[in-house]
Design a binder for this molecule. Sequence first.
Ligand code: G
Ligand code: G
Ligand code: NA
Ligand code: MN
Length: 259
Amino acid sequence: HISRSELARDAEKGLETGQFQPWFQPQVSTDTGEVTGFEALARWTHPRRGMVPPSEFLPLLKHYGLLERLGEVMLTRSLLALTRWDEAGVDVPKIGVNFASDELRNPKLADRVAWELERLHLPPSRLVVEVLETVVSAAPDDMIARNINALSRMGCNIDLDDFGTGHASIASLRRFAVKRIKIDRSFVMKVDTDREQQRMVVAILALAEHLNLDTLAEGVETAGEHAILAQLGCRHVQGFGIARPMPFDQTLDWIRAND
Ligand code: G
Ligand code: G
Ligand code: NA
Ligand code: MN
């Protein structure tokens, strides 16, 4: 057994020693089947305990004030992956990185992102900033609003994650210059066979269409779900049915096989 504070100390050390790595899950166009990007998902390999799931380490890192450090690690390594795909000659247009509210409250965030991009000679348009819908709900923190706006003006893309589970107002979609909504997987599950699910997805897609927002369905697990989402006009899909999140080294083979 290992106590919470011990595990937090391990995490602090692990953040410095490369134990935290992004894994990558592809996002594909329903039109062409081409990869339009990857989402970076944090994975922690603990030297003795093995893989610790995000559901365990994210609340721990939050409690101990380490989420910003994780964010730095994830951003750096995710952008580096983009340069490595470029070097390998595979076409990965964008990388999506999750930004926690603790990071979005840091007044230096936008400058740090700009600096990281410049350092690797990457245009901001290749970074997708994934923000939870719950973060931009009704009364957003002023600093969070300023950061999202700064990132958006800089040319980064803003994705609203887990859409449909929070309380984002229509006004906030405009206010934060949201580019794309990621339809939460709770709506996507069984969308091909369940009429209620389908009605919800149709309504969300209509909203997106009227507001000129791009769309991605999360948690697509079956060919049936994939097909109906394409038919309904959802622009991108992501989920186990396309591929599970994988370490960088597996992405090259996966991309080439998907071609
Ligand atoms: O990868 P999935 O396997 O289990 O991730 C679980 C949750 O962890 C998801 O809600 C995802 O958004 C979140 N998550 C994964 N990676 C990161 C990260 O780098 N930063 C933040 N803030 N959340 C992440
Ligand atoms: O909150 P966020 O959307 O960032 O979290 C993505 C989470 O969803 C990750 O935990 C990822 O591993 C998980 N995930 C991705 N695709 C699927 C899927 O098809 N089914 C399920 N159940 N989970 C998925
Ligand atoms: Na996400
Ligand atoms: Mn999500």
